[in-house]
Design a protein around this ligand. Structure first.
Ligand code: SF4
Length: 517
């Protein structure tokens, strides 16, 4: 299948494949067939491919961003047509596909569209990015019970049904209605406003990347295969607001200490805060039916200090049911010995570390967090064999200095996926900083990093969206900026901190509100 494009004897060809020996053998064979040299596996993106012949590498040998610049030095880039089962993880196959799409968009000469093993990835990609702006896989797989109602996911605004009215996963009429609407492409703003808002800003949404991930993970060919799904595969669990830090963008529903502080200091908030925490319980999880395709995701508060999470893990261990994907967000501040020992029984874990700025910016925004300790803990859990991803919220605190975090992550976590989660609180929005030049400078520096291209979620599209926004000469909403300073000053007084000591450029932006007042 490759012969037409490979026959140029002076061409330098890069093959991307899985990371086992079959790739080496396949390239050796192809090189012989095409009477050219096999230069072997490349693991250093600085290598200059100055000789004709075949080279190969993988997404686990060279960080994603570096791979883009490295691959663009070749005359032709080929994705090997290897079955999903031959990849060490479906994510590597999907990441390679996404990389090929990016190289294709950049105008590189690529060969992968006719691969039979990527047909289903192409199908789902076309569906959610082009053909159907409503479809999301969650109504078929995500069981999200907030303690009172069932919703499509933790971002959904309204309930699909009440718990006592819910029938069963396959046939519940309320779920059936949502599923049919999505299949027909009818948008559901009452449920999915958040994802539509991401997409309106040009940012990749959960709807898009979660559907892509789950379709590959569950090995689904087309929407027809959804009919075979009989049970939830994904549990989003939001069990209370037990937390040990007080992020400035957070709310009492997610951090109990914030609620206490707001009350103690009579802090006036710019808008109504969410006070009622989720009350999902671990009893909702059908432990006996968890398998290697299932995921249980604990949200915060801080799951690593929640007794319920520990209890859930112990129940799973007692039932010898640990071979599923266990995922949780964490502020990374502290991991107890008991927690680490218990989670060590689970072979497929991911910790999504929330890190919102470089050094002081992180510690200011995420009050109670200590940069050095969080970074040491991220390395520690990685060294214990757990997977780590980074979750970052662009907002008014970091939108002028985000590049410092990206540059750090390039140095310290080059293979780690970065997820950007946009803060849309109007008074903390990444889209309402008054100094557009500073933001543009920071975004341009982010674009120079490798992690900007990481296979994370909304990462590149999030940075691009902020950059495009500020390039269009936006008008800063001074009321929202005034609300920001009014709220943040109250927090500073309560916490004995000063914005100028941590983010001087944001303190300088205070001058813009004098005309508002
Ligand atoms: S489209 Fe977005 S908000 Fe709606 S269910 Fe999917 S992930 Fe949730």
């Amino acid at each position: 299948m490759y012969h037409v494009k490979l026959n140029n004897s002076t061409a330098r060809v890069l093959f991307l494949g899985n990371n086992d020996e079959s790739t080496d053998q396949q390239i050796l064979k192809l090189a012989k067939e095409h009477n050219t040299i096999n230069h072997g596996l490349v693991i250093d993106s600085e290598v200059v491919p100055d000789q004709p012949g075949f080279y190969h590498t993988t997404v686990v040998d060279i960080p994603w961003g570096n791979l883009i610049s490295f691959a663009s030095k070749f005359d032709l880039i080929v994705m090997l047509d290897q079955p999903q089962a031959q990849w060490s993880h479906w994510k590597c196959m999907q990441a390679t596909f996404k990389l090929m799409v990016k190289l294709e968009q950049m105008g590189c000469d690529t060969v992968f569209r006719d691969n039979k093993n990527i047909k289903k990835i192409s199908y789902w990609s076309n569906l959610v990015y082009k053909e159907n702006k409503s479809f999301c896989i969650y109504p078929w797989i995500n069981f999200f019970n907030d303690g009172k109602e069932l919703k499509l996911c933790s971002r959904a605004d309204t309930a699909v049904t009440k718990i006592d009215q819910f029938q069963d996963w396959e046939s519940d009429p309320n779920y059936a209605q949502v599923r049919n609407s999505m299949l027909q492409g009818h948008k559901l703003p009452e449920h999915c406003r958040v994802c539509y808002s991401y997409e309106d800003h040009g940012i990749e949404s959960y709807r898009q990347f979660e559907t892509m991930d789950w379709a590959v993970q569950l090995d689904l060919e087309t929407v027809k295969d959804l009919e075979k799904i009989q049970r939830p595969y994904y549990y989003e669990i939001h069990t209370g607001n037990h937390c040990n830090i007080k992020c400035r963008g957070c709310q009492p529903a997610f951090s109990e200490p914030i609620g206490k502080e707001l009350k103690k200091f009579n802090i006036v908030t710019p808008d109504v805060m969410k006070w009622t925490p989720g009350t999902s319980t671990i009893d909702q999880i059908d432990i006996d039916n968890l398998d290697s395709k299932s995921t249980v995701y604990f949200q915060g508060g801080e799951p690593t200090i929640m007794p319920e999470v520990l209890d859930f893990m112990k129940q799973c261990i007692a039932k010898n049911q640990t071979d599923f994907n266990l995922s949780m967000c964490t502020n990374g501040v502290k991991f107890s010995d008991e927690f680490l020992e218990t989670v060590s029984h689970f072979p497929n874990t991911n910790f999504s570390f929330s890190i919102d700025g470089y050094t002081k910016v992180n510690d200011y925004w995420r009050s109670g967090s200590k940069w050095d300790r969080v970074i040491a803990n991220a390395h520690m859990v990685q060294n214990l064999g757990h997977s780590v991803s980074i979750n970052t919220v662009p907002g008014i605190y970091n939108v002028t200095n985000l590049h410092l975090l990206f540059e750090f992550l390039d140095r310290e976590f080059p293979f780690t996926a970065i997820y950007l989660q946009i803060n849309y609180l109007p008074w903390q929005s990444a889209f309402n900083h008054p100094d557009k030049d500073l933001v543009i400078e920071s975004m341009l520096k982010c674009m120079q990093t490798s992690v900007y291209h990481s296979n994370g979620k909304s990462c590149k599209s999030g940075i691009d969206s902020i950059y495009n926004h500020y390039n269009n000469n936006p008008v800063c909403d001074l009321k929202n900026l005034n609300d920001f300073f009014a709220y943040n000053d109250q927090l500073d007084r309560a916490r004995g901190t000063k914005l100028a000591d941590y983010i001087p450029e944001l303190e300088a932006a205070r001058s813009y509100i004098s005309e508002y007042k």
